[in-house]
Design a binder for this molecule. Structure first.
Ligand code: SF4
Ligand code: SF4
Length: 439
């Protein structure tokens, strides 16, 4: 079996065995749901409800605040209790709509497109936009914007990112096994927006059952092929994936569309299916709850807006005191300081570990071994960049192509001196991105 891959990368312990074999469990929401108005990249959504209003499941409660924005919908029926700033996973306070769940689950009427194969591209994009679909792998980029490139006829590949290379995460794996038809039809819907697009389902070869199933389901359809990827982190990083599957390279100043590609992850493509075929807005998602500190690692289908604390409680709580709780995976997720914060459209996982390897390590001086350079998928020199970042040398950071870093964490992972390379590079990148935005 030919395997597609990129240059660099690492093989961390994958931890997927903990949760991969358990079917997705649906969860009911608790008493209070919190919907931050910024769950996506771009302008915050604007509330269209007021305190005291009754809302229904699937009702739009905040409209898009601009073209690069996304509406927010209620995932329960109930009453708007407040519109106020609430703490989110990042620790920031974000204006949010708080809904008291009446547990009636009364729903608005959905308006699907009767036959999407006869719909225009604009009608399909509008359905995706109105459903509030954003990149659910963590980026939160409004999907209708991604699917509206300047020159649609130049898009040649729609790549379904089924790599799920982040250790411990298994939500995409379960979705592929349990709802492959939605994934494939969602991919076909996206392909229909581009006259010359070929579909690729890119799956790491540590999921042979998914590869077999998707191949079987797409047999006889020459417009889609399943490409097995070598299992290696960060195989699912956008630039690495585009290179692995098409041989094309992009840099930090380019969009995938500049290389004729559109990349969407599994959950996002299924959300497109829900939006178009069922008229259903984005109000639920799959979240992996895992780690050696949780009672029963598995995947949950959750109503967006429920708190991480409720999610953990539904799983039976901690069996051991966690030393570290992470929102997302161990490589690209971030440490959480409390669980009383809401899940959002971009919540992928709750990972609780009894041992925090990173904080137990004391960094020492660089020994110039070059391992960080060998594994870097961005083809930069992490040791040099981290020195520039630590000294506030912005010019040097840009000269050594610091913006090409995808913040994957591979360099920190292999560094024998335990230097916090990714952390310092990330801070400098954040500063530079803010400057770029200002310009
Ligand atoms: S420099 Fe950036 S892209 Fe390269 S390995 Fe480190 S985190 Fe990954
Ligand atoms: S891996 Fe660590 S010790 Fe080796 S060159 Fe990079 S920063 Fe220095």
């Amino acid at each position: 079996m030919a395997k597609y891959t990129f240059v660099g990368g690492i093989h961390p312990f994958d931890g997927k065995k903990l949760s991969k074999d358990k079917p997705i469990t649906s969860l009911k929401a608790g008493k209070e749901l919190v919907y931050p108005l910024s769950q996506h990249i771009g302008a915050p959504a604007k509330a269209v409800v007021a305190k005291g209003d009754r809302v229904l499941v699937g009702q739009m409660i905040a409209e898009a605040g601009g073209f690069v924005s996304a509406p927010v919908h209620a995932s329960v029926s109930g009453t708007v209790k407040a519109i106020e700033p609430r703490r989110t996973v990042t620790g920031d306070k974000v204006m949010s709509i708080i809904v008291e769940n009446d547990e009636q689950y009364e729903q608005v009427e959905y308006h699907p497109i009767p036959d999407w194969t006869k719909a225009t591209a604009d009608e399909i994009r509008a359905a995706i936009r109105d459903a509030g679909v954003v990149g659910m792998g963590g980026a939160g980029f409004p999907n209708h914007v991604k699917l509206s490139p300047k020159e649609p006829e130049k898009i040649e590949y729609i790549i379904a990112n089924c790599a799920e290379c982040e250790p411990y995460l298994t939500s995409d794996y379960r979705r592929m096994l349990e709802e492959p038809d939605k994934l494939i039809e969602g991919l076909r819907i996206i392909m229909s927006l581009f006259p010359h697009a070929h579909g690729i389902l890119a799956v790491e070869d540590n999921k042979p059952d998914c590869i077999r199933l998707l191949k079987e389901k797409t047999k006889g359809d020459p417009s889609i092929d399943v490409r097995p990827l070598q299992t290696k982190y960060p195989q699912g990083a956008e630039r690495a994936l585009i290179f692995a599957t098409t041989g094309r390279s992009i840099n930090s100043t380019m969009l995938p569309a500049d290389a004729g590609c559109i990349v969407d992850n599994v959950d996002t493509i299924v959300a497109v299916y829900h939006a178009v075929v069922e008229g259903r807005p984005l109000i639920e998602r799959i979240v992996t709850v895992t780690g050696d500190a949780v009672k029963d690692p598995r995947n949950f289908k959750i109503p967006i807006g429920m708190s991480y604390a409720e999610l953990l409680e539904a799983d039976g709580g901690f069996v051991k005191e966690p030393e570290k709780i992470i929102c997302g995976g161990p490589m690209m997720g971030f440490a959480m300081y409390g669980l009383d914060v809401p899940t959002t459209k971009t919540s992928t996982a709750l990972l609780a570990m009894t041992h925090d390897e990173v904080s137990a390590q004391e960094p020492s001086a660089c020994i110039r071994c070059g391992r960080c350079v060998e594994v870097c998928p961005g083809h930069v020199m992490p040791y040099k960049l981290s020195i520039c970042a630590e000294h506030g040398d912005e010019e040097g950071f840009l000269k050594y192509n610091g913006m090409e870093c995808c913040e994957c964490g591979c360099c920190s992972f292999v560094c024998p001196a335990k230097r916090q390379l990714t952390q310092s590079i990330k801070s400098m990148r954040k500063l530079q991105l803010a400057k770029r935005k200002k310009k």
